[in-house]
Design a binder for this molecule. Structure first.
Ligand SMILES: [Zn+2]
Length: 536
């Protein structure tokens, strides 16, 4: 901590000796924000409603709407204006698991922890099915399984490699990590020529591409052909191993397309790598393995529109009230946990930040707007839809009137860990401003400022059309080891003290942005980028 502090003292000294305008910080308001946020927090009550009480929040599914309606009603109750579920474009079908049972019945009984991937069909009743191991080489090699798949459950003949854990699940950034971030230089070099990140380039997409490349590229294509064959022959299901985690933690996402016209996907059930390996070893040893499977799923196709939650505190300054400061987070989740860290955490702290500001009774000059997005997990769809209809379409870069009136967007989507600083997203002109804002919060956060980009979440939708969009640096906690897109992304993996701190920092930042004489500085406008069509 000491090293970081001295870095900032030095940094502030350097700035103040050059051209830096002094930010007007209202310390009395900062104190009120800290007292309300740290001592009278309601963030854990909010997040209880978004997780335990709502269930999972897969986009367009009943749990999503339970949470979205709770958020909308709560924001209206706190006195926000225009609180609504705001359609952003066509998403596709909602989906819900109504029943899921999987167990080994031969050569002995063993119950299994198992999660069907989202948007898969079911088994149409209880089926007792023999397991068949399929070697996944190329499409021609699948010919040997033709005529053999009816009534079977398929496992792919690839043993997963279990690795013992020698590291703790949870960690916080060390001072040395933060110093490295603070000293990072903009990628691409040169002043102000930071490349606008591609909003199609989410962390999930990058990971999927990396896995795809690692496995020789064709594996996903051959798997798709195998699933077609399985459907045409009347197989029961295919098993996937949760390769990313072990010890009862299962990484599970979608099982395929979900647009209104898409057929339901072949049932693909994720089980832990330990169970997967047991089933595969037995099958390869010539033992007949049978499973009971009873899976019932439900699709919701009446309304294919996607909806964000939007609400605002109107500004009061005659000149600035039409200008907008936004905070947001994605509200949707995957379906096996309750998306506690991804991203009820972000949605709850954004709501709590708003509650703090309403409770202490600020007179915000600019309008403060909150956006809780859907469809983030499928490619930042809700925030991209909102940005496209409100500010600009990245494909054409024709600017709508509100583009000019926009100051900044602040996002939280890196789990439950407290704020250690902020990513500038290449917008170096904001560095000195944020340094001064953080200085008034130095009792609760390090205030590391890195010029680096971070990707994979909704601030990119704003950044992608040249609007200042920022994600905070947060302690990683158990995000990559336990909770990310897993059945362990549940309430108990949240850290209450961290969430209180995040909400307090966000409330301070949004207040500072709403009161500042000028809007926040911008980067150069990006060039139009006709849709790349990643197809995720
Ligand atoms: Zn996610």
């Amino acid at each position: 901590m000491r090293k970081i502090t001295s870095f900032f003292v030095l940094a502030l000294f350097c700035f103040s000796s050059s051209i830096i305008a002094q930010e007007k910080i209202d310390n009395a308001v900062m104190d009120k924000i800290k007292t309300e946020g740290l001592q009278h927090s309601q963030v854990m009550d909010i997040i209880f409603h978004l997780t335990d009480a709502s269930g999972n929040r897969l986009t367009n599914s009943p749990g999503y709407f339970r949470a979205a309606n709770y958020a909308k009603d709560k924001l209206a109750e706190w006195g926000l204006k225009s609180a609504k579920l705001d359609p952003w474009g066509e998403f596709g079908k909602g989906w819900e698991l109504e029943k899921s049972y999987l167990a080994i019945t031969a050569p002995y009984y063993k119950s299994l922890e198992a999660y069907p991937k989202a948007w898969c069909g079911g088994t149409k009743g209880l089926k007792n099915a023999e397991v068949i191991a399929v070697v996944l080489k190329d499409s021609a090699s699948l010919d040997e399984y033709r005529g053999k798949l009816k009534g079977k459950i398929i496992v792919i003949d690839t043993l997963e490699n279990y690795k013992q854990s020698f590291k703790a699940d949870a960690h916080r950034y060390a001072d040395s990590d933060l110093i490295k971030m603070a000293n990072a230089s903009p990628q691409g070099g040169g002043r102000g020529n930071f490349q606008a990140p591609d909003p199609n380039d989410t962390a999930a997409m990058r990971r999927a591409r990396a896995q795809f490349a690692q496995r020789g590229g064709g594996r996903q294509r051959v798997l798709a052909i195998l699933k077609q064959l399985a459907v045409s022959e009347g197989a029961v299901a295919i098993l996937s191993s949760s390769a990313r985690f072990h010890d009862g933690t299962l990484f599970t996402q979608g099982g395929g397309d979900y647009k209104g016209t898409d057929p339901e996907n072949f049932l693909d059930i994720v089980i832990g790598i330990e169970d997967y390996n047991t089933i595969l070893r037995l099958t390869k040893a010539g033992t007949t393995v049978k499973l009971d499977a009873d899976v019932k799923t439900k699709f919701y196709a009446k309304d294919l529109q996607g909806y964000n939650v939007i609400a605002e505190i109107p500004g009061t300054d005659p000149k600035l009230k039409d200008e907008i400061v936004m905070i947001g987070a994605h509200l949707d989740s995957w379906h096996t946990g309750t998306g506690a860290t991804d991203n009820a955490a972000g949605s709850s702290v954004m709501m709590e930040a708003i509650r703090i500001l309403k409770t202490i009774g600020i007179n915000n000059k600019r309008t403060i707007r909150i956006g809780l997005w859907s469809g983030e997990e499928e490619g930042l769809l809700g925030s991209r839809g909102y940005v496209k209809k409100t500010f600009a379409d990245p494909a054409t870069m024709q600017l709508l009137p509100e583009h000019e009136k926009f100051s900044a967007y602040f996002n939280i989507d890196n789990g439950t860990g407290k704020v250690r600083g902020i990513y500038l997203q290449g917008n170096a002109a904001c560095k000195e401003i944020f340094a001064q804002w953080f200085a008034s919060l130095k009792d609760i956060t390090d205030g590391t400022i890195t010029v680096s980009n971070t990707g994979g979440t909704d601030h990119q939708s704003f950044d992608g059309v040249g609007l200042p969009g920022f994600q905070f640096i947060q302690d990683p906690m158990e995000y990559d080891t336990r909770t990310h897109h897993s059945n362990m992304d549940v309430y108990d993996h949240l850290s209450a003290d961290d969430l209180k701190q995040i909400a307090t920092v966000v409330a301070a930042f949004v207040y500072d942005a709403s009161q500042r004489d000028e809007k926040l500085p911008r980067k150069e406008l990006p060039k139009p980028r006709p849709a790349g069509g990643m197809g995720f």
